[in-house]
Design a protein around this ligand. Structure first.
Ligand code: 5AD
Length: 432
C-alpha cells in the first residue's frame, strides 16, 4: 500500500508544532501527506487531555476509525497527551490501535513505526528535535519550541504528567533554528513552551529575556511572539526585552486562572491577586500599549460566589483584550481531585456565561477604541470571509481584515487605517 499519512491535531500550539515535526519526519522517509483520511495508510491522532471533553473526543474518533480498518490496510497511532496519560489503557480499550506515542517521543517516530515500540510513553534523555525537517504550514510564520514540559504543580493541571519535567533547548540551537526559518522566508517567529518564560539555557544559564533579545536582533525577524508565560516567572529581563525591541509583539498572554487569592492558593499558582495586579501595572508602565490576554477556570472546587465576583472584578480592572475561560474539569491523578467541595455544574455554567458577557463588553470597547487609528499590520494572507480583502495582525495581536493592493506580498508590514470594529476583528484600509 502507498505510504500516505493523515494527521489530526487537537489542543495547544505545542501539539500543532509536534504535528509539523511528525509530518516533516514522515515526508523525509518517503511518506506523502494526504488531506482525506480515506486515502491514508497511516492515521495519526495528535491528542489533547487538558479537559475531559477533549479526551472523550479521541475515543469517539477511534470508534469511527475502527470501521476504516475493517475496509483496508491501515495503521493507527495515538500521539500527544492522551497517549501519554492513558498509555496501554488505550490498547486495552481500542485494540485496533497500532501504537501509542507520547509527546516525549515525537523525535523518535521512526523507531515507533519500525515496530520497536508499540507503547512509547517515556521521556528519552535524547529528545531529538530536527528543525530542518519541520513541515511548516505557513510561508511567513514559524513556531519554535524553546522549552518543553512544566515544573509547576498547579493542582488542576495534567500537563506535568503528559509533557514531563521542564527541559530547555540550548540557546544557540534556538538561534540556529530561527535563522534557518528566516532564510526560508519566515518573518514572524513564535517561541513556544508550556511555561515559555521559565526558559534557561542548559549550557550558559541565560534566561528568557536574553533569548528574546537575541532572537529579536536577528536580521529579518519582523515580529516575535511567544506563548505561554507563567505569571510567577515574569521578570525584569523579559519586560525590558519587550520594551527595548520594537519587533516583539505588544501582547502578553498571562493566565490568571482566578481573581481570588484563596482559590489561587488552592490551585498552587504561586501568586496572589494583589501580586498579579502589581506585576501587570509594572509591565504597563514599561510598555504602555501592551495587550493582555488570559485564561480563567470557573468552578474550581470550593469556589464561592464571592470568589467568582473577585474574578469578575479582576477582569474589569485589567480589561483583557482576549480571554479564554473554561469550566473546571477533574483530571486523573491531579491533587485538585482531593480538594473536594465540587461546584454544581449548573452554577459553573452560569458563572461562565456571566463572565463571557462581561468580557464581551470590555472587548467591544477596546476594539472600538482603535477606530480612526492607523496601525501597523503584518500581512498573513487573504481574509477568510472575503478573499478580496487581506488579513493580518497588529503589533498587539488583533486580527485586521483590510482593503489593499491584492499583490501585496505576504509577510509585508503595512499601515492600515481602522474604520470598523466587528465582533472579534478590526476592519480597515491600507494607507501605505
Ligand atoms: N480544567 C479546566 N481548565 C483547565 N485548564 C488547565 N487544566 C484545566 C482543567 N483541569 C485551562 C487553564 C490553562 C488552559 C490551557 O487550560 O486555564 O491555562
Amino acid at each position: 500500500m502507498a505510504k500516505t499519512f493523515f494527521i489530526e491535531t487537537w489542543g495547544c500550539q505545542m501539539n500543532d508544532l509536534d504535528s509539523q515535526r511528525l509530518s516533516g519526519s514522515l515526508k523525509l522517509r518517503g511518506w506523502q501527506r494526504v488531506d482525506d483520511e480515506h486515502n491514508a495508510s497511516l492515521i495519526l491522532l495528535n491528542t489533547c487531555s487538558i479537559r475531559e471533553k477533549a479526551e472523550n473526543k479521541v475515543f469517539s474518533r477511534l470508534g469511527e476509525l475502527r470501521e476504516r480498518k475493517l475496509e483496508r490496510d491501515l495503521r493507527i497511532g495515538v500521539c500527544g497527551c492522551v497517549a501519554q496519560q492513558e498509555g496501554e489503557r488505550i490498547l486495552a480499550r481500542a485494540p485496533w490501535v497500532d501504537f501509542v506515542m507520547g509527546p516525549g517521543n515525537v523525535g523518535h517516530l521512526d523507531e515507533v513505526l519500525a515496530g520497536g515500540k508499540a507503547i512509547a510513553v517515556d521521556f528519552p534523555e535524547d529528545r531529538r528535535y530536527d528543525y530542518l525537517t519541520i513541515d511548516r504550514p505557513s510561508a511567513t510564520k514559524a513556531q519554535v519550541t524553546i522549552i518543553e514540559g512544566c515544573n509547576k504543580n498547579c493542582t488542576f493541571c495534567i500537563v506535568p504528567t503528559t509533557r514531563g519535567r521542564e527541559i530547555s533547548r540550548p540557546f544557540d540551537d534556538v538561534l540556529a533554528e530561527v535563522r534557518f526559518a528566516v532564510e526560508t522566508g519566515r518573518v514572524e517567529i513564535e517561541l513556544l513552551g508550556q511555561t515559555v518564560n521559565a526558559y534557561r539555557c542548559p549550557a550558559t544559564n541565560r534566561d528568557f529575556g536574553a533569548l528574546l533579545s537575541a532572537v529579536a536582533s536577528i536580521d529579518g525577524v519582523r515580529r516575535l511572539r511567544f506563548m505561554t508565560s507563567h505569571p510567577a516567572e515574569v521578570n525584569n529581563s523579559m519586560i525590558h526585552a519587550m520594551r527595548d525591541h520594537a519587533n516583539i509583539s505588544r501582547y502578553l498572554h498571562l493566565p490568571v486562572q482566578s481573581g481570588s487569592s484563596k482559590v489561587l492558593r488552592r490551585m498552587k499558582r504561586l501568586y496572589t491577586r494583589e501580586k498579579y495586579l502589581e506585576m501587570l501595572q509594572r509591565i504597563r508602565e514599561a510598555i504602555p500599549q501592551i495587550h493582555f490576554s488570559t485564561d480563567i477556570i470557573v468552578g474550581f472546587p470550593g469556589e464561592t460566589e464571592d470568589d467568582f465576583q473577585q474574578t469578575l472584578s479582576l477582569i474589569e480592572e485589567v480589561r483583557y483584550g482576549s480571554l479564554f475561560a473554561f469550566k473546571y474539569s477533574p483530571r486523573p491523578g491531579t491533587p485538585a481531585l482531593r480538594i473536594g467541595e465540587a461546584v454544581d455544574d449548573d452554577i459553573a455554567t452560569d458563572r461562565l456565561t456571566r463572565l463571557f458577557a462581561l468580557h464581551e463588553r470590555i472587548k467591544q470597547e477596546r476594539l472600538e477604541s482603535y477606530r480612526g487609528k492607523v496601525l501597523s499590520v503584518l500581512v498573513e494572507g487573504p481574509s477568510k470571509h472575503d478573499p478580496s480583502m487581506l488579513s493580518g495582525r497588529t503589533d498587539d495581536n488583533w486580527v485586521v481584515n483590510f482593503v489593499a493592493d491584492p499583490s501585496t506580498p505576504l509577510g509585508s508590514m503595512l499601515g492600515v487605517r481602522i474604520d470598523d470594529a466587528l465582533h472579534h476583528t478590526l476592519r480597515g484600509e491600507a494607507t501605505t
